[in-house]
Design a binder for this molecule. Structure first.
Ligand code: NI
Length: 227
């Protein structure tokens, strides 16, 4: 399931993050790439674990925590600290799959990467190319969203970032372990939750059918969730 979520950050929040990133020192993206990804990765990153990365990452996490669609779609258990990258001057990231397990920097905590997230921090008209292309059951999907919007997709997918041939593409990216390991189960729960919200808005959340469906939703989480 690939889900695009609008306005995870406001335009003002994006502008504030960008003003700090635009003055920051980037380093080669190869530092955090696995052996296969290193062959095709050509971009720059903010040094992970730096005080600036931590500070800006917290702002991204704040945006996520107040977003009900993100919570419903991801059902996050552990979120790795958000990182930041930049592509310009023809930089790209060829087809790869993300590492299955990542360690939270500076800790022994391991996170299974169930979902990969990209939060766009450049508007599409500010650069050419730079589409995130995700291969899924129904073929490849191209994603290029307004600044402040986020895409999440299964980390099991092959994906790439097309070369940026004009301007600069700045983004935050991160992974998370979901309480729901199975992508199909997670998709069903998202669909069910969105349906319950829609039904509740139509007939009231206290309608008996809405209450029973809410019970089913929670019982499925009880059956499937890691905690
Ligand atoms: Ni990737």
């Amino acid at each position: 399931m690939l889900v695009c979520i609008p306005e995870v950050l406001t335009k003002d929040e994006v502008a504030a993050i960008r003003s700090e990133l635009d003055a920051a020192k980037w380093e080669s993206g190869l530092k955090t790439a696995g052996p296969q990804a290193a062959l095709v990765k050509n971009n720059r990153q903010l040094p992970p674990g730096s005080s600036l990365a931590d500070k800006l990452g917290d702002r991204v996490l704040e945006g996520l925590s107040r977003n009900p669609i993100f919570m419903s779609a991801a059902l996050p258990l552990k979120i790795l600290p958000p990182m930041f990258n930049s592509y310009a001057g023809g930089e790209s990231f060829g087809v790869h799959v993300d590492n299955a397990i990542r360690v939270v920097p500076g800790t022994p905590v391991r996170v299974r990467t169930d979902l990969s997230c990209t939060l766009f921090l450049s508007d599409p008209e500010d650069y050419d190319g730079g589409e995130l292309v995700v291969e899924g059951y129904y073929g490849a999907q191209e994603v290029k969203l307004p600044a402040g919007d986020l895409v999440l997709y299964p980390s099991t997918s092959l994906h790439k970032v097309e070369p940026v041939t004009r301007g600069e593409r700045v983004a935050s990216f991160f992974w998370l372990q979901s309480m729901i390991r199975d992508d199909q189960h997670r998709s069903l729960l998202f669909d069910l939750d969105q349906t319950i919200q829609e039904l509740g808005a139509e007939v009231g959340a206290d309608h008996s059918a809405a209450v029973r469906l809410t019970g089913i939703y929670h019982n499925l989480i009880r059956a499937w969730a890691d905690t």
